[in-house]
Design a protein around this ligand. Structure first.
Ligand code: GLU
Length: 382
């Protein structure tokens, strides 16, 4: 020990051996106050982009982005928040041109601001599942985009918008939220924009991922994730919409008993480049729809099959037993007519995407390719 040790050749202390002990003593004496004075790491910075919806739909005039920020006392404990007003309309009023502009703006914000932790977007809830899935497919950055809304408007007792927005900010600020695609946060729950659906027209607990389950929750103490999304997201996305000026028209046609072919034909004749057919069960059409789909294929229009059941997967033909009754007109080992063969060449299995999500994916995919095999690959990877 230094303090007890003296060099037998000298009467003085051996200071060379003493210096580590002296250092420890000095740290104990002065280090703690110095550490206490060290400035804290700055809070994550989050940018808020307001587009409107019930969350801002106050009677007598919509809340602005700035007013929404002010509705969250204590937000400064979680993030340094900046904001901008992109639009202030109901979600169903957002045009596809605005979708493109919104995605480009978000990509630009990330590209020009490396210190940004994440982005929160407010949206009306009616078509939130569509807008958020579009962002999920087109924002190519590991940082989170979090879409929030509310079911009750600011003039209602029990308005939950400020709480949802605050939770959205917390999710956007959290490093755990990176590389999970676009997230939807309402009612304390975090869902993937890929899987989430508005399941009830009025209830607060409307946004659900059904059997696939939520990704996580926003609790009082922290943001907790339980599940991970396995499909391609973030930097693994392949779609570049920076130069896209218009999304191709894709229509959704519902299958129901005795449904006519003319609705499909009308979509094709009015410029649709794709049709999503919301089939009954795993593939049935009804009425004259089969004739309409053959017409679509004859005009080079792609057909995506997606179930109207609310959940469940339509497998690509090569992975499915030849079971007949499918919308591609094949199966059962029968000889295919030239029309049926052509229809097969234009038909894509929608995997587990609901009709409304399949429509968004087909619009985005058609900006990249018009090869059937490529479109099928995209549906299987996203
Ligand atoms: N629930 C509507 C929506 O999805 C909001 C109505 C409104 O903001 O006017 O946008």
């Amino acid at each position: 020990m230094c303090a007890l040790y003296t060099d037998p050749m000298s009467s003085s202390w051996n200071w060379r051996r003493c210096w580590p002990v002296a250092l420890v003593l000095a740290m104990l004496a002065f280090g703690q106050p110095l550490l206490a004075q060290r400035p804290q790491d700055p809070l994550p910075r989050v940018h808020f982009v307001a587009t409107g919806g019930t969350i801002s739909n106050r009677e007598g005039g919509r809340l602005s982005a700035e007013e929404l920020v002010k509705s969250m006392p204590g937000v400064e404990r979680f993030a340094r928040l900046t904001h901008e007003q992109f639009a202030n309309v109901a979600s169903s009023e957002l045009s596809l041109a605005q979708w493109l502009a919104l995605s480009k703006r978000i990509n630009e914000l990330f590209a020009t601001d490396q210190e940004l932790a994440g982005i929160v977007v407010t949206s009306g809830t009616d078509t939130l599942e569509e807008t958020s899935f579009f962002l999920h497919l087109t924002v190519r950055d590991p940082r989170p985009v979090v879409v929030v809304g509310s079911m009750r408007n600011p003039s209602t007792v029990g308005y939950e918008g400020a709480a949802n927005l605050l939770q959205g900010v917390r999710v956007a600020a959290d490093p755990l939220s990176r590389n999970k695609g676009t997230l939807v946060v309402l009612n304390d729950e975090i869902n993937s924009a890929r899987n989430v659906t508005k399941t009830d027209a009025l209830r607060l607990q409307t946004f659900r991922s059904r059997e696939l389950g939520m990704l996580g929750v926003v609790d009082r103490d922290r943001v907790v994730y339980f599940n991970q999304i396995t499909q391609r997201t973030n930097e693994r996305l392949e779609f570049d919409i920076t130069k896209v000026t218009q999304l191709p028209r894709v229509d959704v046609i519902m299958v129901y008993q005795g449904a006519p072919a003319d609705l499909i034909k009308a979509a094709v004749d009015n410029g649709a480049r794709g049709i999503v057919i919301a089939v009954a069960g795993a593939g049935a059409t009804s009425g004259d729809q089969s004739e309409g789909l053959t017409y679509a294929a004859s005009k080079g229009v792609f057909i995506v099959t997606s179930t109207r059941s609310g959940s469940g997967r339509i497998a690509p033909p090569q992975q499915r037993p030849r079971d007949g009754g499918a919308t591609d007109g094949g199966g059962g080992g029968f000889q295919l007519s030239p029309e049926q063969q052509r229809r097969r060449q234009f038909t894509i299995a929608g995997e587990d995407h609901t009709p409304i999500k399949a429509r968004v994916l087909l619009m985005v995919a058609l900006t990249k390719t018009t090869e059937r095999a490529e479109l099928q690959r995209i549906f299987s990877e996203y």
